[in-house]
Design a protein around this ligand. Structure first.
Ligand code: ZN
Length: 244
């Protein structure tokens, strides 16, 4: 595999949801070139994937300076994840908490696999920074979103590929109100509005009605968190416990 000379560039794991869209803006604000990466693993909320292109086009148009930095989009078929895991993310089953305390939307190893593939693509593209929306403070409890996991993975990837990748997780210690605040700081109300309307978070893929906080069923854990975060953002508060 040929390797491009390293440049001040980032590869953003971009699913089309609120978190990764905010990460994309964060990266466009600080790197010379930014490429995006999405995964199709048979997720139930495929509508999220369909938002990716719309958000990329909208952010490039609304922020021309960022548009110049926005590079290629990579879409990888990871249907193998759906075939090796049986979770509420890829199957039509009720979202609930499993015996180990984790929600059954947890896809074991998903973010590990995502980062590994991101590193392989970044290697080829000469991009040094891998940016992901992993977050410890969103109450999901996903162990592959933890800061220690990401730091360990950075070491493993660099050892295994003889590289100096830096994994950046700008949302790691932010609550969901802070994530809206970050969008506000990066691109003002225009970016908040883009995130509100052009991204998708709902686990069940509901996109019929635009609520104050964006599209979604309003009932699934992802919607409740997004809704609570938006309300706290408007009120100047924080989200200190999981919404019920
Ligand atoms: Zn929902």
């Amino acid at each position: 595999m040929t390797r491009t000379e390293p440049r001040n560039g980032a590869l953003v794991l971009f699913s089309g949801g609120q978190d990764s869209a905010t990460c994309l803006a964060w990266a466009l604000d600080r790197y010379d070139t930014v490429e995006t990466l999405g995964f199709d693993y048979g997720q139930r909320h495929r509508v999220e994937l369909e938002c990716r292109e719309g958000f990329r086009a909208a952010i490039a148009q609304t922020f021309p300076e960022w548009g110049e930095r926005l590079g290629d989009d990579h879409m990888i078929d990871l249907s193998v994840l759906g075939s090796i895991s049986d979770t509420a993310m890829t199957r039509e089953i009720e979202i609930e908490t499993a015996a180990n305390g984790l929600p059954n939307t947890f896809v074991p190893g998903r973010n590990l696999m995502f980062m590994q593939i991101a590193a392989a693509i970044a290697y080829r593209r000469g991009l040094e920074f891998l940016v992901g929306g992993m977050c410890e403070t969103d109450f999901s409890g996903y162990p592959d979103c933890r800061d220690d996991t990401m730091k360990a993975l950075q070491v493993a990837l660099n050892l295994g590929m003889e590289t100096r990748f830096v994994i950046e997780t700008p949302l790691m210690w932010l609550d969901k109100a802070d994530t809206w605040r970050l969008a506000q700081q990066l691109g003002g109300e225009a970016l908040v509005e883009l995130v509100r309307v052009e991204t998708h978070t709902c686990y069940v893929g509901e996109r019929a009605e635009l609520n104050d906080w964006g599209f979604g069923c309003g009932e699934c854990p992802a919607c409740k968190l997004r809704k609570r975060g938006y309300e706290a953002y408007l009120a100047g508060e924080h989200v200190t416990q999981a919404p019920v």
